[in-house]
Design a protein around this ligand. Structure first.
Ligand code: GYE
Length: 305
C-alpha cells in the first residue's frame, strides 16, 4: 500500500522558505486579520511571503497561483474562493513540484484529494458550524419559526457546509421554516441588499441566519431600514465571531455567532514544518471553534479579532 504522502511533491528541510499565500479578497476584517496573522508568522520565522489578493475573482486567483509557480515558491498556501475553479491551479502547482496547503476553504473532494493533489486542508468543520446555529435556534428561539438564510459565496466550501449543517439541523428540530435562502457573497453590502429584498418579500420572517458576520451586519442594517428591531423583532445569527460581532451580541443586536477564527499563521507554518520534516500530516487539520451568545459575549469580546 502506498504511503499517503508519497504522491505529493516533497519539501526540503531548510532554514528559510519562500512561501506563497493566495488570498481570496481583502475587503473585510476576517480576511485582513488572516493576512496579518500569515504575515506576522512568516516574519517571525524569517520566511519570505509572496502575498496575492484575488480581489474576489476565482479567475484572478488562478493566475495568482500560476504567477507563484513561475516565481518558484517552495510551497503555496491557497484559500480557494470556490470549490471547483481552483482545482486546475492546485494540479499545476503539483506538476511543477510545489506542494499546496489549502487554508480556510477547501475544494471539491470528488475532484481533488488531500495527500494526492494537495497536502491538507487546514480549517473549520463548516457543516458543524451550521449545525450549531440550528441547534441554538432549536433551544433558544421557541417562538420564532420563519427563517431567512443569507448564504456565502456560491460554490465556496464554507457556504455549502454552513447551509447543509443548518438545513439538516432545523429540519431535525422540526417546526422551523426556511422561507428564503439566497447568496449575499459573504459581503456586507450584498448581504444588506439581499436581506432588504427578502424582508420585503417575507415580512413574517423572525430569524436571519447569515453565513458570516459581514452579511449579518448587512442584515441588521436592512432590518433597521425596514423599521424592525434586531434582537427583538428578528434574531440575527452568524458565523465568524469577530470583535464587532461579539460586541453586538453583548449589546443584544446579534443573537449568537459560531466562531471561525482567522488567525491561521501559527498552524499554517507549523504544518509546513511538519511536512518538510516528513511527519505525518492529517488530511484535514481541523480548527476548533467557540460559540458566542449572551452567556459569554461580554467576557469573550476582548480576545476576539
Ligand atoms: O467565514 C468569511 C470569509 O472561508 C472560512 O470566508 C472562510 C470564510 C469566512 O469571507 O467571513
Amino acid at each position: 500500500k502506498k504511503e499517503p504522502m508519497s504522491d505529493l511533491p516533497p519539501l526540503a528541510k531548510k532554514d528559510t522558505y519562500k512561501v506563497g499565500f493566495a488570498q481570496v479578497e481583502a475587503n473585510n476584517p476576517w480576511r485582513i486579520a488572516q493576512t496579518e496573522s500569515m504575515k506576522a508568522e512568516a516574519a517571525k520565522l524569517g520566511y519570505q511571503l509572496v502575498y496575492t489578493d484575488a480581489q474576489s475573482s476565482a479567475a484572478k486567483q488562478v493566475s495568482d497561483v500560476n504567477a507563484m509557480i513561475a516565481q518558484g515558491v517552495d510551497l503555496i498556501f491557497l484559500s480557494p474562493r470556490e470549490e471547483k475553479p481552483l482545482i486546475p491551479a492546485v494540479r499545476a502547482a503539483k506538476d511543477a513540484g510545489i506542494p499546496v496547503v489549502l487554508l480556510d476553504r477547501s475544494v471539491d473532494l470528488a475532484l481533488a484529494k488531500p495527500g494526492v493533489d494537495y497536502v491538507t486542508f487546514i480549517g473549520s468543520d463548516f457543516v458543524m458550524q451550521g449545525q450549531r446555529v440550528g441547534e441554538w435556534l432549536a433551544k433558544n428561539a421557541k417562538d420564532k419559526k420563519k427563517i431567512i438564510q443569507l448564504e456565502g459565496t456560491a460554490g465556496s466550501s464554507p457556504a455549502m457546509g454552513r447551509k447543509k449543517g443548518f438545513d439538516d439541523a432545523v429540519k431535525a428540530a422540526g417546526g422551523f421554516e426556511i422561507v428564503a435562502s439566497r447568496s449575499g457573497d459573504f459581503s456586507r453590502d450584498k448581504g444588506c441588499q439581499v436581506a432588504e429584498a427578502l424582508l420585503k418579500a417575507h415580512p413574517g420572517a423572525q430569524l436571519i441566519y447569515a453565513h458570516n458576520d459581514e452579511m449579518a451586519f448587512g442584515a441588521i442594517a436592512a432590518l433597521e431600514s425596514v423599521g424592525k428591531i434586531p434582537g427583538k423583532d428578528v434574531l440575527v445569527l452568524s458565523v465568524d465571531g469577530g470583535k464587532e460581532a461579539v460586541d453586538a451580541i453583548s449589546r443584544g443586536k446579534l443573537a449568537a455567532a459560531v466562531e471561525c477564527n482567522p488567525r491561521f499563521g501559527p498552524i499554517a507554518f507549523e504544518t509546513l514544518k511538519r511536512y518538510a520534516a516528513g511527519d505525518r500530516v492529517a488530511s484535514w487539520v481541523k480548527v476548533t471553534d467557540k460559540f458566542f451568545d449572551a452567556s459569554n459575549a461580554a467576557t469573550e469580546v476582548a480576545g476576539a479579532y
